[in-house]
Design a protein around this ligand. Structure first.
Ligand code: C2E
Ligand code: MG
Ligand code: MG
Ligand code: MG
Length: 290
């Protein structure tokens, strides 16, 4: 199509490309300032046990509100930060907030697992395990109350070194989850070889429940495989009671999604957690559909 437009097409596309590059640079610049100017925040989204309805964990999700751009989605700026390498700084900051918060919940008598997303570039830092170890010690958080959400791509790169690193983390007691499970390109063989504790079923498969035969088959297969391998399974993006009921019927143990709550600022999450540990009807499990 570009060819058809002849020589003039170059002149037509060029400003567009520059505009994109310019806004990316502006966004990148604003993102780097956001941390120092306290425009970043971490929200916490509950992970709920499907049987008891209790909150068992929380995923830490970065939030950025910019005076010029408004609320910028992590789906937009995290990839940018990954490209530039700034994700290493951002990720370390998120992890510190999350670990401090989880230690606080524990001290208040509500020990739950905090889950932190880790980008491939962060995980590849040679001092990654050392930094996690130090952070846990500083905040006196038992390693079992921290979980790292890794993507399948992490497992593809530099397999031997990554295996050592995962082994070291699991040895400490840190939980290892595979995020967006089912969307990556890696082989399933790593599940047998690596100390993976949890699979998070990608929300794209949950969305089609219960109608879509393909999604139902995939979700059910992931749950069965997880169980057979003693790996916990969490369904992401659960929005309806019907989806929750289907997942419960498939014996999925945990879910995360707007049906319970979106990510909340720390103070609000803390309130919800307080109610959950007292057993709130709001989170009562779905009645089985058979
Ligand atoms: P993710 O790790 O898969 O996180 C789940 C995303 O799904 C979150 O989007 C969450 O708000 C959204 N979500 C949860 N429940 C529902 C639901 O019921 N329906 C729908 N439609 N969405 C739901 P969010 O916060 O916009 O984050 C997007 C992605 O950005 C994350 O996907 C993760 O890959 C990345 N991200 C977020 N925070 C961090 C971080 O601190 N570090 C890194 N490296 N990546 C992060
Ligand atoms: Mg995640
Ligand atoms: Mg996910
Ligand atoms: Mg995702």
């Amino acid at each position: 199509r570009v060819k058809d437009r002849g020589r003039g097409s170059y002149g037509f596309y060029q400003p567009q490309m520059n505009a994109n590059l310019l806004s990316r640079m502006k966004l990148e610049h604003a993102m780097r300032q956001a941390l120092g100017e306290q425009r970043l925040d971490v929200h916490y989204q509950p992970q709920v046990n499907l049987l008891t309805g209790r909150i068992v964990g929380a995923e830490a999700l970065i939030r950025w509100t910019d005076p010029e751009f408004g609320a910028v989605s992590p789906a937009q700026f995290v990839p940018l930060a990954e490209e530039s390498g700034y994700i290493v700084t951002l990720g370390a900051w998120v992890m510190e907030q999350a670990v401090r918060e989880a230690a606080q919940w524990m001290h208040e008598g509500m020990p739950i697992v905090v889950s932190v997303n880790v980008s491939a570039l962060e995980f590849r830092q040679t001092d990654f395990v050392e930094r996690v170890t130090r952070l846990l010690a500083v905040h006196q958080l038992p390693p079992t109350l921290l979980e790292l959400e890794l993507t399948e791509t992490i497992l593809l790169q530099d397999a031997q070194e990554m295996e050592l690193r995962l082994g070291a983390l699991a040895g400490l007691g840190v939980g290892l989850a595979i995020d967006d499970f089912g969307t990556g390109y890696s082989s399933l063989a790593y599940l047998k070889k690596l100390p993976i504790h949890k699979l998070k079923i990608d929300q794209s498969f949950v969305r089609g429940l219960p109608e879509d035969d393909g999604d139902r088959a995939i979700v059910s297969a992931i749950i069965s495989m997880g169980h057979a391998m003693r790996i916990e399974v969490v369904a992401e993006g659960v929005e309806t009671t019907t989806q929750r009921a289907v997942l419960q019927q498939m014996q999925c143990e945990h879910f995360q999604g707007f049906l319970c709550s979106p990510g909340l600022p720390a103070a609000q999450f803390r309130q919800l957690l307080g109610k959950s540990t007292h057993g709130l009807a709001q989170f009562a499990p779905a009645t089985p559909i058979i």
